[in-house]
Design a protein around this ligand. Sequence first.
Ligand code: NAD
Length: 448
Amino acid sequence: MRRYYDSGITKTLAFRKEQLQKLKATILRYEKDIAAVLYEDLKKSPEETWVTETGFLLSEIRAILNDLRLWMKPERVPTNLLNLPSSSYIIREPLGVVLIIGPWNYPLQLLFAPLAGAIAAGNCVVLKASEFATATAKLMEKLIAEIFAPEYILFDRSDGASVIPAMMKSFRFDHVFYTGSTQVGKIIYQLAAEKLVPVTLELGGKSPCVIEEDADLEVAARRIGMTKFSNAGQMCVAPDYVLVNNKIKGRFVTALINVIRQFFTDDPSMSDNFGKIIHQKHFNRLIGFLKESKILSGGKFNEKTLHLEPTIVGDISLDSSLMKEEIFGPILPVIGFDTHEQAKAIINKNPDPLAFYVFTSDRQKEKKWIEEVSFGGGCINNASWHLTNHHLPFGGRGNSGIGSYHGKASFEIFSHRKSIMKTPTWFDPSIKYPPFKGKLALFKKVIR
Ligand code: NAD
């Protein structure tokens, strides 16, 4: 891979565009197979798969193809007085051979969207798919092998805990782009540190959702219900818990229960619109959470099919693991608050969430929440849709990650910004050279 990269073949605009076109065409050609494997792994409907995986990815590739020529142009920047008559510019060059590690919850999109960015920036890529979305990983392996030479894009779907440390110890990648849990993110960061490899960490966390007294409750219930229970709650930007003003808490819970019934019928396990939990271990973890709270709605589960109903819980201790760990499943704690400060104190127990949502019709409250809470990105009167706008860089901060991507940000994160100054030779005043005695006053005029 290193030799292939060094040959320079991946660097031209024509090559990058051709590979992106190939990726796009292959995804379209395999659209039905993609829908089938995602149904097998996570019981995603073809519609959900289109919105959150296939279609999402295609629009990401389209956005990159539209503007790639522009992004690759050297960027002229001004030159300061000291360096005149030099000129200055920045060129974006590829990083080299990069490693992209994906999770199982959106196994296609979360591996191939960064891949599109890495190709656009001219890199060679090792793709490490999650071993848990098995059917999708097998299809992705086939698809990649069909269109790319292994010295350009290499695919692996084996057990991450054994293969990733071995890979990162034996080879120096030029960048590691990791999506997954904060816990494993720390391991990746440590492995990268040993060889001073830069990282992008797209992690998780507990993303809060605040509902103020003046919110449109019906809309809030619909938007929260849709996002929280999409992919059976196994979404990094799903509202992890809801903080709702006590004056409207009862009404909100009733509205949400109605919404769940409308979306997923009385038996969500039979609904085409409601997914399943990825594996037994994760399922057991979620069932454990149910014992820590009072179930307000839902709560039925089937261990054989790994189904857990959309579940609303209340009466939760803030010290329970339910309020300490990222839930990552169809359980939504609803917690009442009386004052802004009370709600903020609860949010601050799990600092730097990946996302934050506030539902309110009051501009002042909206502003206060957005400014006072530290988080990756978020929405006002909506939940999770910010990540579908490729003009918005997507990523966390602190506990929820390092760096961001999507659209132009994906190109930037896989590029190095090389700063260049070009100086003409016809102007070379002796003031710049020793001896410096007597020149201090002039230096003070020019450099300040
Ligand atoms: P995970 O951390 O268990 O696994 C992610 C990847 O890391 C997999 O490819 C796996 O093989 C590898 N891995 C696992 N253990 C490893 C180890 N010890 N050493 C090296 N590599 C290892 O994450 P997951 O369970 O697949 O995904 C769920 C988590 O991902 C949640 O916390 C969720 O919030 C987060 N997530 C974040 C985003 C985002 O964009 N920020 C998106 C999706 C998921």
